[in-house]
Ligand binder design. Structure first.
Ligand SMILES: [Fe+2]
Length: 266
């Protein structure tokens, strides 16, 4: 078995087989915990176009996805399948962040490996829950846009941190509490437990994104809040992520009042 973090990352990104990817991810985390992980970067980084995904689920534009309410059994299944896909893609996003950007402190790589491992755990929890509902991940189509920001920011680390952890993933902090309330009202205790677990981990992941964004901006003499606005404006082509924003959780996750005020200005 490999023990170099970048070789394992490349293997994970280039392997479309779900169970192998999960095993490789947990193996890397175990090596880290045992002090056996090698962080030397000796090989060229492969282009992001080489990343491979499973044949299923079939990917669709979000506008073509059927809209279902979670008050129906089909709606619950569609919801958890969508979340399984988000978590599955989050494994790729964490590995890619770690793989593509080199020459950073070892802590950077340790942080994103821990994120990849937790995303793999989230995916496994939801896959298990789907199986209890007689559905396998891949049985339904899934949102095809979750990799777009990764491709657009493949050669700009600050943009990657602004757009992926501090935008896409931060969105989960805004929307998940209300979804948990709905599942609680339906007395879906298994669903509530999974979503609570994911939410508490996700706050830490976004916080790591904020921490590294600020640290790297400061090292480059850039003002983090100005830089965040500039990158979001650039990649949203003048637009902005839509609210409402969960200020309380986003502040725990490292957003400043100035950043939140700017996002809320509409
Ligand atoms: Fe997650």
């Amino acid at each position: 078995m490999m023990n170099n973090i970048f070789e394992i990352a490349e293997a994970c990104l280039h392997n479309p087989t779900i169970d192998e990817k999960l095993a490789q991810t947990h193996h890397a985390k175990l090596l880290l915990d045992n002090g056996q992980l090698d962080f030397s970067s000796n090989q060229a980084v492969q282009a992001i176009g080489g990343v491979k995904f499973p044949e299923k689920p079939i990917l669709q534009a979000p506008r073509n996805m059927p809209k279902r309410k979670i008050t129906s059994p089909e709606g619950v299944i569609a919801f958890f399948h969508a979340i399984a896909h988000v978590e599955f893609m989050a494994i790729y996003l964490a590995w890619d962040l770690l793989y593509r950007f080199r020459g950073l402190p070892e802590q950077f790589y340790q942080d994103w490996l821990c994120v990849a491992d937790e995303e793999a755990q989230h995916f496994e929890l939801i896959r298990q829950h789907l199986r209890s509902l007689n559905v396998e991940y891949g049985d339904l189509p899934a949102h095809g846009g979750l990799w777009d920001h990764a491709v657009e920011t493949a050669d700009d680390l600050l943009a990657r941190l602004a757009l992926v952890p501090r935008c896409m993933e931060a969105r989960g902090l805004d929307v998940t509490p209300a979804i948990i309330t709905k599942f609680a009202a339906q007395e879906d205790t298994a669903g509530v437990a999974i979503l609570n677990r994911i939410l508490s981990d996700e706050v830490k992941h976004v916080e790591r994104g904020s921490y590294w964004f600020k640290t790297l901006c400061n090292q480059q003499g850039l003002q983090p809040e100005t830089q965040y606005q500039a990158l979001i404006t650039q990649y949203y082509r003048g637009g902005k992520p839509k609210g409402p924003f969960n200020r309380e959780m986003r502040k725990i996750a490292g957003f400043s009042d100035a950043e939140l005020d700017w996002l809320e200005m509409g």
